[in-house]
Design a protein around this ligand. Sequence first.
Ligand SMILES: [Zn+2]
Ligand SMILES: [Zn+2]
Length: 548
Amino acid sequence: MKRLASVMLLALVNLSAQAQHRPVQVRLFWQHPPSAIRVIPERASFRACNTCPLNSLTAATEITAKASSVSAASISTPLFLLTGRVRISGNGFPPFTVEHGLRIQARDDLLLLTLTMPLEEYVTAVLQGESASLKSDEALRAMAVAARTYAVRFGSRHQLEGFDFCDTTHCQDLRLGNESPRARAAAAATEGELLWFEGRPAATYYHRSCGGEIEDASSLEPELHAPYLRRHHDDYCIRTPDEWQTEISKADLARALGQPVATVRVVARSNSGRVQRLVVNDRQISATDFRLAVGRTLGWDKLRSDLYEEEDRGDSIGFRGRGQGHGVGLCQSGAESMGEQGHSYHEILAYYYPGTAVGLNAQGLSWEKLPGESIDLISTDRSDAAVLLPAAERSLHLAMERTGWDIKARPQVKVYPTVAIYRDATGEPGWVAASTLGNVVRLQPIRTLQRTRSLDSTLRHELLHMLIEAHARPDTPLWLREGLAIYLQNPDAARPRQVDVTALERRLHSLRTEAEMRAAYRDCAATVADAVEKNGLKTVMSWLDTTR
Ligand SMILES: [Zn+2]
Ligand SMILES: [Zn+2]
C-alpha cells in the first residue's frame, strides 16, 4: 500500500501513551525456509547490523545462506536488514512484494525471513489467506474482527523463536503482496476492533465450514474458559452442507501411518458427531493424529474435517464427511450465508461467539458513520458531529476554492477516541495530529486538537492534501505535495527560500523525530513559496503530474 507523507505537525502531547498493539513480526516460509532468494528493490535500503549505516539497495540482489551467514550485494554478514519496498522471488513460491522491515538471518544454510508489519496490514494479509473466497462484505468484516482478535489473543505462540506469528494455519494463513481491495476495505471498516469477553480479547477460533454442527472448544483446548465457544447447530450453513467423500487404499493408509492397515474403526465421537478416536487394527489413535498423518502424506484434501463416517471396502476405506476444519467458533460458510441474508458483521459475530462484544477496547467503543452534507464522519462518539462536521465542511470548501479542484470521492473524516488507539491504528507517532490515506482523513481525538487550537488548521491541511494527492502521480516528489499543502493553507504566511530539493526529498523519506519533521516541512513550504514567486501558482500546481 502506498503510504503518503501527508502528516500535520503539531506539538501534541501524549508521547508516553502505551501502544496496545506494536507492529507484528511474521516469520515467512516458517515450515520450508529457502536457501536463496532474489530481491528486486522498488525503493529500498539495507544495513548489515542494527546500528550499521544505511545503504540504498538499487539493483536486483541474490541473497543466499552460507552456514550461518547471509551473502548479499557482495558482502557476507550475520544479519541483513532490509527496509522499504521490495519484490521477492525464488524457487518453489510465487513472487510477492513486501514493505516495511525484513530481517534476514541464516541458519544451517537456510534463510530465516522475519517481516515487521502494522497489525492492520497483517489482518488484511490473513483475510487474503484465509477468507479470499468470501463474497459477502459483512462476512469478511466479521472475519477481520475474528482474525485481529485471534492475533492479539494468541500473539505469543512463537515468542521463544523470536517472532509473533508464522505464516501457516498454525497461527493464521496469510498471503502477502496481492491483497484485494475488498480485504483492505474490510480491515479498514473494522480498524482496531476486537471481540471482548470479560475484559479480555476472546479466543476467536474460526474455520472454513462446520458442516452444520459447531464443535465445542474443549476439543481444541480443554482448559479454555470460553462459554462463547459452545457446541450448537449452525442454522445458516446447514442449508448448504459442505459434503465430501474420499476413498483411501489400505496401502496408502499404511504409508501415512507407518504400519500395516487391516481394519479402521471409529470408536469415540464428540457430541457434535466429530470423530475423536479410531482403532487401526488393534491400536488406538486420536482423530487429529489420524487426519494430520493422512494430510501430510496423502494431501490435505483427503480428510477435510473430523466429521465423517468410515466404511471398510476391502482393499480400501471409504470416508463420507461434512465440513472443513475443526468446527470451533466462527464458521465461514455460515457467516457467508448470514451476510447474504442481510445480517451485519456484529450479528454474525454475536451468533458465532455469543456473549462477547465488539469494540475498540473492553468498554465496547465501536465505529459509527455520521453523514454530513458533503463529508462523512466516522467516530465512536456521536457528540463529535456537532463540532466536527461544520468545521470539516468549511475546510473542504476552502480547500476546493484554493485549489480550484473538485473532490473525486466523498471524503471521510475518522476520529480516533484515544491517542493510543490512533497510534496503533495509523502507525503514526503521537505528535502527528492527522494523516490522510485516499479519501480518509484520520484525526487524533477532537479534544486533543481543541486543546492545542489546531482542529481547523489540521482539517484544512488534510483536506488540501486529499485534493493534492488525487492530482499527483505515485512518483511526484514529497516536497512538492507537502509544500503545496502548507502553502495553500496560508499563502500570506509564505517565506520563500531556496533549498536543496534532492537532499530535502531524501530527508522526507527518513523522518524520525518531531524536530526533523518540523524542519523538513518548513523547508518544503519555503521551496514551494520560492517556486510560486518565480513561476506562478498555476505552474507549480501543474508540476504535480509532471515532475519526477
Ligand atoms: Zn504459528
Ligand atoms: Zn457452519
